[in-house]
Design a protein around this ligand. Structure first.
Ligand code: SAH
Ligand code: AVI
Length: 324
């Protein structure tokens, strides 16, 4: 009988105080900013899934095709007993590796780790039904705070960090998180990281400015998440979605800009926020890499690049890393 459990580390007072601190700090600083983990309530996760189906959003398609092509060889070379995925979301692309792991006979457990409870629960139940006998363990937590909650290793471990989510962090956060992930790896364990690559700026900007307006709705949803967490009265519809490439920093920046002066009160933290049309709330950075910048980042985190896989025309990259 397969083992199934979901552990929740965010439904405590800690979640409220972390959000309260993040929002107070972010909305009283210049420029105003909010961390991207607050995109992902149930609606935000649904909107992200719709983004991945948009014709303009190439990362999902490119990474999916690349994973399908490398999964059998990767699994044959390391025969993982467990796969642990950070920011696992719907786990759709993961199925290439789970299929290969089951076909090989090595895979015994899958651990999904995500900040969004709804999608983690749905994905974990779906996988339990698809993979007879596979232990499925969901962890609802913040990978910047709760990595220590990952269950004790049960054999050779493959850690996945797909979708380009590592690129939503800043350099110091990325290196620190990679260092912590490194501490979860034994000598034969591996980390597979998906990274979006530097390319034609027009293609990148289109992916974040889709014609159906789904990315705009995803961006505005962060204000709804803040409203419900802190009893606030932001009017998300009064904010315009902005997404542009910052060449110097090699990243897409997403912002929300009001067309008229907006005043919101967040009752649970007794904070009044005024946003002028001349300013924005910066909601996300999505960094774009090269093979060389990924290699350098892994090295800085005490890891070493073992294999580099790139989609045709360098549309997306997957780095397989191990302990240095
Ligand atoms: N890996 C999936 C989903 C990518 S979307 C894919 O490639 O399609 C990013 C995912 O990371 C979302 O499911 C979001 O809920 C999760 N996430 C974002 N910040 C997080 C954090 N700090 N801790 C845990 N999960 C996080
Ligand atoms: C999850 N993450 C890698 C996505 C990205 O492309 O940076 C989030 C996203 N933001 C806008 N569209 C998608």
């Amino acid at each position: 009988m397969a083992d199934f459990r979901i552990d929740h580390y965010l439904n405590d007072a800690g979640f409220f105080s972390t959000m309260a601190d993040d929002v107070r700090k972010g909305l009283t600083s210049t420029p105003k900013q909010l961390p991207p983990k607050y995109f992902y309530d149930g609606r935000g996760s649904d909107l992200f899934e719709r983004i991945t189906e948009l014709p303009e959003y190439y990362p999902m398609r490119e990474e999916g095709a690349l994973l399908n092509s490398i999964a059998p060889g990767l699994v044959a070379s390391m025969a993982p007993h467990e796969i642990v995925e950070l920011g696992s979301g719907s786990c759709t692309k993961t199925r290439a590796l789970l299929d290969a792991g089951r076909a090989n006979g090595c895979l015994r457990r899958y651990v999904a780790f995500d900040v969004s409870e709804s999608i983690t629960r749905l994905a974990a139940i779906d996988l339990l039904q698809r993979y007879d006998g596979l232990d499925v363990h969901g962890i609802v937590g913040d990978f910047l705070r709760h990595l220590g909650k990952i269950p004790t290793v049960l054999g050779r471990r493959l850690v996945l960090f797909l979708g380009g989510t590592l690129g939503n962090l800043y350099r110091d956060e990325r290196v620190e998180l990679l260092r912590q992930i490194g501490s979860l790896l034994g000598p034969d364990d591996r980390l597979l990281v998906g990274v979006d690559l530097v390319k034609d700026v027009k293609l990148i900007e289109l992916a974040y400015n889709d014609s159906a307006g789904v990315t705009a709705a995803f961006n505005r949803n962060m204000l709804s998440v803040v409203n419900s967490g802190l009893d606030g009265d932001f009017n998300p519809e009064a904010f315009q979605h902005l997404a542009f490439f910052n060449t110097t920093e090699s990243r897409i920046e997403m912002h929300l800009r009001p067309s008229t002066r907006q005043t919101a009160h967040l009752r649970k933290i007794d904070l009044t926020v005024v946003v002028e049309p001349a300013e924005t709330i910066w909601t996300e950075s999505s960094h774009k890499f090269t093979a060389a910048s990924v290699d350098e980042m892994l090295t800085a985190a005490g890891l070493s690049l073992r294999e580099w896989y790139a989609a045709p025309k360098d549309m997306f990259g997957l780095a397989l890393a191990g302990p240095a």
